[in-house]
Design a protein. Structure first.
Length: 164
């Protein structure tokens, strides 16, 4: 499963035994840390902090090294995402076309900040730094589907669809 697919998959409950099995299966690979983190993220939708010391011990790395890689890459989640993942483009083209205004509208509409999930676990909002829709700014993706020229009104309509 690709990182994009994982980012939009519903999270499964964390299972320490299944996580350990993944670590054991992949620990002999060259550069095993990234394949292990990707496999965990793909299976569960996130990488639980409880597995960091296990990975560190199995790969003979420090916990800080594992944590550093886990937190450096934005596609690795540290907690389950909401049912719907909204990624708002913050690149220059989108910013020049009122992207910050759209972002503020989204945050007000959902009553959460960037990188947060609504209390009902329906929506997670994240920043991205280019979706490749520069000519159709401002852009966002919702559950991996790209949307260009998004106005606050269009965003509200998209959310109404997701809630129904």
């Amino acid at each position: 499963m690709s990182g994009l697919a994982a980012a939009n998959s519903p999270a499964r409950s964390w299972d320490n035994d299944a996580a350990l099995s993944i670590v054991q299966e992949k620990k002999s690979l060259d550069g095993a840390l990234m394949p292990i983190l990707h496999a965990l993220n793909d299976k569960f939708g996130y990488v639980d902090a409880s597995v960091v010391p296990v990975i560190a011990e199995e790969l003979n790395l420090s916990r800080a090294e594992v944590h550093g890689v886990l937190t450096f890459y934005h596609d690795f989640r540290k907690e389950p995402a909401g049912r719907h993942v909204i990624k708002i483009c913050r690149a220059e083209a989108c910013q020049s076309m009122a992207g910050r205004d759209l972002e503020e509208h989204v945050k007000r509409h959902l009553r959460i900040g960037m990188g947060e999930t609504t209390p009902d676990k329906h929506f997670t909002v994240e920043a991205v730094y280019c979706l490749g829709l520069c000519a159709c700014s401002p852009a966002m993706s919702i559950d991996g589907k790209l949307h260009g020229r998004v106005t606050p009104q269009r965003f509200d309509a998209l959310m109404a669809e997701k809630r129904s």
